[in-house]
Design a protein around this ligand. Structure first.
Ligand code: 6PG
Length: 483
């Protein structure tokens, strides 16, 4: 038998679809699954009539592959990845490549890259985004790990990935060790932010303007033809229009408690570690936590009062304001996401290509949108762009949207509708554009109670001063360091 180009372990829905996609693109793939009956079910079911080869042991899988062997794990993140690496190692040879295509934590990927490399093999940790359909017809693929591995997987990864503008693949090398999984994690964080912003827009339309599902469906249909054109707006349009057999809207029957698998939380944790004010994504994670306190909220709703506000303005004008609030907040979210990646690149010594990342996210993945094309353009204009908000296009877009954005936040506060993502985005914007913040007072407070010292506006940076505020404190200062 002619040897296979690629091996895949893990035949859940993503694995099956990715293998079928590879087969469509002319690659011969061998598959294995821990519960081996799944292999036969797949081969006689969805894979029937294809070139896909089923194997029933790790040894058999390794034996049918061309060298260097390329084996992808699409198994649950965490211990199963380590388990499979251990199962594979005895059968692999120098130069073979183990690929983790799950949503693994980047810290694990950094550790695994160095471990697998220490055994003379190569390792790739790659983000794969786009859900079931993406895997089947073209996901966004974000690989990182051992740089020498890239030339061995480039053809197959780029062939099966989504394409944008004249066949440009939404897949390129991201960077060494955990870079690919870090960028995928940030993608997921941004996904959380985009979803929360859409939910806030929905809440404002429904509970301030009293719009019904059909009206909101029509609004999202319109928005999807404009600057907000994106996969998540498109599916929201469809969700709001979806009725069951009884002609009832399914959206109204869904319990309001959000689940999560952890990638948004990891993004927020990383931002705290890096000291980056990733406010919007963090608020999106916290909003999922608040939504999950359903029983508490039900109790609280019986006793806590809100506002008696009723909207009496121009409904259509306010819908436009909501659009602008969502759009401006989205610009802030991506700005913050890019700030985080820039900081992680410095921390972990990754040479990230920011325009390239926008291109990888432009198609195939959950946050795919026309907007990402604009981000790509911003980085094409200036590869060293320090902050997206300072790009001429985004600067003027926020400028145009900000009056509507401010009206939405003011109205939401008056009406008692929580808009944590939109309002924290505005607070970030208003803080970021301020030359002087009230942190002078904060430094004074720290120095007052703990002799933590402060820098002065009239002295060079890096010189620290202490004031004996009460006249009774001494001259001893605490050491100066920043967490
Ligand atoms: C993707 C998605 C996917 C993620 C789901 C669920 O890029 O295809 O990001 O990787 O697992 O969106 O995430 P939560 O369960 O955390 O919402």
């Amino acid at each position: 038998m002619e040897k296979c180009d690629f091996g895949l372990i893990g035949l859940a829905v993503m694995g099956q679809n990715l293998v079928l996609n590879m087969n469509d693109n002319g690659f011969k793939v061998a598959v294995y699954n821990r519960t081996v009956t799944k292999v036969d079910e797949f081969i006689t079911g969805n894979a029937k009539g294809t070139e896909i080869v089923g194997t029933h042991t790790i040894e058999e899988l390794v034996g049918v592959l061309k060298s260097p062997r390329r084996i992808m794990l699409l198994v649950k993140a965490g211990a199963p990845v380590d388990d499979f690496i251990e199962l594979l190692l005895p059968y692999l040879e120098e130069g073979d490549i183990i690929i983790d295509g799950g949503n693994s934590n980047y810290n694990d990927t950094i550790r695994r890259t160095s471990y697998v490399e220490s055994k003379g093999l190569l390792y790739i940790g790659t983000g794969v985004s786009g859900g079931e359909e993406g895997a089947r017809f073209g996901p966004s693929i974000m690989p990182g790990g051992s740089p020498e591995a890239w030339s061995h997987v480039k053809d197959i990864f780029q062939a099966v990935s989504a394409k944008v503008d004249d066949d440009v693949p939404c897949c390129d090398w991201v960077g060494k060790d955990g870079a690919g999984h870090y960028v995928k994690m940030t993608h997921n964080g941004i996904e959380y932010g985009d979803m929360q912003l859409i939910c806030e827009a929905y809440d404002l339309m429904k509970n301030i303007l009293g719009m019904n599902n059909q009206e909101m469906h029509e609004t999202f249909t319109e928005w999807n033809d404009g600057k907000l054109d994106s996969y998540l707006i498109e599916i929201t349009r469809d969700i709001l229009g979806y009725q069951d057999e009884d002609g009832e809207y399914v959206i109204d029957k869904i319990l309001d408690t959000a689940g999560q698998k952890g990638t948004g939380k990891w993004t927020a944790i990383s931002s705290l570690d890096m000291g980056i004010p990733l406010t919007l994504i963090t608020e999106a994670v916290l909003s999922r936590f608040l939504s999950a306190l359903k029983a508490d909220r039900v109790e609280a709703s019986k006793v806590l009062s809100g506002s008696a506000y009723t909207f009496d303005g121009d409904k259509m004008a306010f819908v436009k304001d909501i659009h602008d609030a969502l759009y401006a907040s989205k610009i802030i979210s991506y700005t913050q996401g890019y700030m985080l990646m820039r900081s992680a690149a410095a921390e972990y010594n990754w040479d990230l290509n920011y325009g390239g990342i926008a291109l990888m996210w432009r198609g195939g993945c959950i946050i795919r949108s026309a907007f990402l094309g604009k981000i790509k353009e911003a980085f094409d204009k200036d590869g060293e762009l320090n902050n997206l908000l300072l790009d001429d296009y985004f600067k003027s877009e926020v400028d145009t949207a900000q009056s509507g954005w401010r009206r939405v936040i003011a109205t939401a506060v008056e009406a008692g509708i929580p808009v944590p993502a939109m309002s924290s985005a505005l607070a970030f914007y208003d803080g970021y554009r301020r030359e002087r913040l009230p942190a002078n007072l904060l430094q004074a407070q720290r120095d007052y109670f703990g002799a933590h010292t402060y820098e002065r506006t009239d002295k060079p940076r890096g010189e620290f001063f202490h004031t004996n505020w009460t006249g009774t404190g001494g001259d001893v200062t605490s050491s100066t360091y920043n967490a």
